[in-house]
Design a protein around this ligand. Structure first.
Ligand code: NAD
Ligand code: K
Ligand code: MN
Length: 362
């Protein structure tokens, strides 16, 4: 019996609804597998913690997470606290503190989901976006002077390092190599950003030399948005900077049907620290506390978490359960045009996870 130590950090808004739902699915996995157990620890960090303690998480919070095998995260973002405080005080503190430099975002159209593109079926859109997650535009370096005066000025400096760029490109080439199509698109803006982005292109060519079996091409980020809409089937694995991939992956999520479905992993490929899995959506202030949140993005994140732990059979079982549920319009939440609640979708997925284990055993 393997017992995995899992930290759950619901955070704010609908994070408090979808993370407990994700934990229920993991509990269903454990209850129906002979070899897997989970030891959960829940951390009440986020906006409420900020109101009580003046910070989003304790100063020694990373210490408490260090020994975990993985983290399941919800969202950081509170209607009454500025977004840059909630983001930098919690999610980015963990991503950067644990050097989770690869943010991985699979996108495909799940069974039963009505995606917005015409003539685009599940076979035409099957991507993984790899986002640089440790530096670049979100390095946090910059400043603001003469605030409120006519001569006010502000900078957000984008720092790209050779080590940082090379390691994310290497990760992306490796991932592309592991997928059936062995295809990678490197996204930059090297016509306008003539320093760091030109370096990306150069390093991409260097790294590519080590992966002769991977077909790769380059695309400028603006052209990339059009290609994602007009020629989705020409793409497979995609790698881009922190900011560019942040934007492209929300577009990808929308093209696959809903922001509420999309998962992500903040991965430390070297496994020095725990990796963190979360739905890509935020706190969704407009629907929080109403049981309307689609938990599928969190469940797919649970699938990624299980894969990261090496529990591939369990991951497959959860993914099959998710697609059986999305195939049923009666189990669609409001973002998908349905009327099901978070709890109903959760119950259905958990029942299928438990049922598939029973069928397998019988
Ligand atoms: P959002 O993702 O919270 O919501 C955007 C829209 O999508 C809303 O209409 C929302 O109702 C809908 N939506 C999102 N997830 C859904 C789900 N699971 N089911 C159904 N509908 C869903 O983005 P936003 O409104 O830009 O941000 C709200 C807050 O969340 C902000 O404070 C922002 O900083 C934060 N945020 C945090 C993260 C994170 O923690 N990783 C990511 C994005 C935004
Ligand atoms: K999130
Ligand atoms: Mn984002």
């Amino acid at each position: 019996m393997k017992t995995y130590r899992i930290a759950t950090i619901p955070g704010d808004g609908i994070g408090k609804e979808v993370v407990p739902a994700g934990r229920e699915v993991l509990e269903a996995v454990a209850a129906s597998s002979s070899g897997i157990a989970f030891d959960f620890e829940d951390f009440g960090w986020g906006g409420d913690w900020f109101r009580a303690h003046g910070e989003m998480m304790p100063a020694n919070g990373l210490e408490a997470l260090k020994g975990k095998d993985a983290i399941l995260f919800g969202s950081a973002g509170d209607p009454h606290i500025p977004d840059h405080i909630t983001l930098w005080g919690l999610r980015l503190k963990i991503c950067q503190g644990f050097d989770q430099y690869a943010n991985v975002r699979p996108t495909r159209i799940l069974r039963g989901i009505d995606a917005p593109l015409k003539r685009c079926g599940p076979d035409d859109l099957n991507w993984v976006i790899v986002r640089e997650n440790s530096e670049g535009e979100y390095s946090g370096v910059g400043g603001r002077v003469h605030q409120g005066h006519p001569i006010e000025a502000a900078t957000d400096v984008s720092i790209m390092t050779r080590v940082g760029v090379e390691r994310i490109l290497r990760y992306a080439f490796q991932l592309a190599q592991s997928r059936p199509r062995k295809q990678l698109t490197v996204v930059t803006k090297s016509n306008a950003q003539r320093h760091a982005m030109v370096m990306w292109d150069e390093i991409a060519a260097e790294v590519a030399a080590g992966f002769p079996d991977v077909k790769w091409d380059k695309e400028l980020v603006d052209a990339m948005t059009a290609r994602m809409v007009n020629k989705p089937a020409t793409l497979d694995t995609i790698v881009a900077t922190n900011l560019h991939a942040d934007i492209l992956s929300d577009l990808a999520a929308a093209l696959a049907g809903s922001l509420g479905i999309a998962p992500t992993g903040n991965i430390d490929p070297e496994r020095r620290y725990p990796s963190m899995f979360e739905p890509i959506h935020g706190s969704a202030f407009d629907i929080m506390g109403q049981g309307l949140a689609n938990p599928v993005g969190t469940f797919w994140s649970v699938v990624m978490l299980l894969e990261h732990l090496g529990e591939h059979a369990a991951a497959q079982r959860v993914m099959a359960a998710i697609e059986q549920v999305t195939a049923d319009p009666g189990l669609h939440t409001r973002d998908l045009g349905g009327r099901a609640t978070t709890a109903q979708v959760t119950q259905a997925v958990c029942a299928l996870v438990a049922g598939s284990a029973k069928r397998k055993a019988a």
